[in-house]
Design a protein around this ligand. Structure first.
Ligand code: OKP
Ligand code: ZN
Length: 340
């Protein structure tokens, strides 16, 4: 599998509010470094890529949001604050809905969770990650059967105009949209991260040309709380192109793999020209913030089943917080795919 990775991600190490305390985020630089070390060790070829262009980003994100993200740290610094940039107020359910002028107000306007903040290196890291996703998509366009974008920060929670869940720019959506522009008529995004990919779902909600299929922890019990229910199936022209498979707390590997098969049958039905996999490995049994039961061998099995779809596949890294195992788990998916 052709791997795209770089070190721009290291500039981003955010603060998160976790169980009432501000802590260095679980989504830490070591994650990507350890994945890169492991995929290199097992022999995958790795290359860097330039940051995503404004055009590639604006194809899935709101221009006002992009301008905000790029300038937020400088504005925060100029205001003389300690710590990282976070909002503290969010729109009540029935509010007039106008963007405030003040930076702190805008941090609330453009986010939906306090588990991530904006730091000096956030924009550079996020645009670099999205650039890796573009490069991986481009490798597929060039005829590669598979490519892996080692994205950090992750992306699947980021909507067109809100950050949250450790995500700022939606790398998987950028890759899927790039594939569409490059001539794939139909693209499927399969999200196997433990958490629902609310951002990706939202971006493609009204689209019939990009399918979104996800298996994840039931939002009644788990972040991102407000989307990912089975009844969400897409809107208007996108009706039927979204499929959600919420799973109970503590879901074991057998149930998860059976549900993956349901997800894959949805891909078969859609018949995509290319597939983007939002590859989170926080389904791992020892993940510190999740509660599913997958072991290393299950990731290999999953990779093999993804290969059986028989379509060019872009893997985009999402979550996975058991740092000692994240490299092995990701490499197992790629190995299973190559063997399959
Ligand atoms: C991002 B990705 C832990 C707080 C967790 C939300 C998790 C975001 C996951 N106490 N905050 O989907 O892996
Ligand atoms: Zn996750």
């Amino acid at each position: 599998v052709q791997v795209f990775a770089g070190d721009a991600h290291r500039a981003h190490h955010a603060t998160e509010l976790d169980e009432g305390r501000l802590i260095p985020s679980w989504e830490a630089p070591a994650r990507a470094d350890l994945v890169l070390a492991e995929v290199t060790r097992v022999g995958h070829h790795c290359a860097d890529a330039p940051p995503a262009s404004t055009t590639a980003l604006a194809a899935v994100h709101d221009p006002g949001y992009l301008g905000f993200l790029e300038s937020a740290w400088g504005r925060w610094r100029d205001e003389g604050h300690d710590g990282h940039a976070m909002g503290f107020g969010w729109a009540p359910r029935r509010s007039a809905g106008r963007r405030p002028d003040d930076l702190t107000g805008q941090l609330g306007w453009y986010s939906f969770a306090v588990d991530c903040s904006i730091t000096e290196g956030t924009w550079a890291a996020a645009t670099a990650a999205a650039g890796l996703a573009v490069a991986a998509a481009e490798a597929i366009v060039g005829g590669a059967p598979s490519a892996f974008a080692l994205c950090r920060p992750p992306g699947h929670h980021a909507t067109a105009d809100q950050f949250g869940g450790y995500c700022y720019l939606n790398n998987a959506a950028v890759a899927a949209q790039h594939l569409r522009h490059a001539g794939a008529d139909r693209v499927s995004v399969l999200d196997v991260d433990y958490h629902h990919g609310n951002g990706t779902q939202d971006i493609f909600d009204r689209r019939g040309d990009v399918q979104f299929v996800s298996l994840h922890a039931d939002p009644a019990q788990q972040f991102p709380w407000f989307s990912g229910h089975a009844g969400e199936v897409g809107t208007g022209p996108g009706h039927g192109a979204t499929r959600n498979l919420p799973l109970a707390r503590g879901t074991d590997a057998t149930t998860w793999l059976d549900t993956l098969d349901v997800a894959l049958s949805e891909l078969d039905r859609f018949g995509p020209d290319a597939v983007v996999v939002s590859l989170g490995v926080d389904t791992y049994a020892a993940d510190p913030i999740s509660d599913f039961g997958l072991q290393l061998a299950d990731f290999t099995v999953a990779g093999g089943r993804l290969a059986a779809v028989g379509r060019p596949t872009v893997f985009v890294l999402e979550g996975g917080y058991a740092t000692d195992a994240i490299g092995r788990n990701v490499a197992a998916v790629l190995d299973g795919f190559e063997a399959g």
